[in-house]
Design a protein around this ligand. Sequence first.
Ligand SMILES: C[S@@+](CC[C@H](N)C(=O)[O-])C[C@H]1O[C@@H](n2cnc3c(N)ncnc32)[C@H](O)[C@@H]1O
Length: 224
Amino acid sequence: MKTQEVFNKVANKYDLMNDVMSFGAHRFWKELLIDWLSPKNKMNIVDVAGGTGDIARRILKRLDGNSMITVCDPNKEMINEGKKIKKYKDKIKWIVAPAEKLPFEDNSFDVYIVSFGVRNFSNIDKALSEAYRILKPGGRFLCLEFSKIQNKNINQLYQYYSKTIPVFGKIIVGDEKPYEYLTRTIKKFHGQNEFKSILEKINFEKVEYRNIFNGVVAIHSAYK
Ligand SMILES: C[S@@+](CC[C@H](N)C(=O)[O-])C[C@H]1O[C@@H](n2cnc3c(N)ncnc32)[C@H](O)[C@@H]1O
């Protein structure tokens, strides 16, 4: 199954499925990312692979709606779902584009966010170079992504649990394949230190990460 087909299939149940699969924890993980960012209303922020705009609305809520955020995603279905949500509707600028070829000028953003998106990029190096290009010098990169669990026993439990995810997919979305894709890409994705090294190779500085829930997910932070 191709990435775009996956998100076409799940778009209208995307936010609901996130709640079901993570028992609501994705909300808490996203809030931790925003805590680390500590957003200010003058920041020019782009949320790449922003999907339905969940992160953008959470940031706007912190700023009492006093900002504009750009949400960029190549999948029109995901964006259309996001556009149906009325809250902060006129505070989000929607752009249809892949992370590997961003239609933005060099040095134009203070913050680049990618939440549960980097795993789906078709060319990670190219996408991260684009992130670097569009950030202003001193600009901040923040990435929230599934990562590697540090404790062997917790990892084993998690592996059992992840086998049930496609079953939820079948019940809620009517198809297990997008969720088999999800568990496969999580397994294949880089560990925390490996991803840190990739960012350093792109020239990002002060790269650090925080593990959440023992590394079920990690947040990487870096500066241009
Ligand atoms: C799991 S969703 C994450 C949505 C949102 N950021 C969140 O945290 O809820 C992954 C998103 O990545 C997008 N995506 C897939 N391939 C991409 C690419 N090459 N460049 C940018 N986004 C991509 C999908 O369309 C989808 O909206």
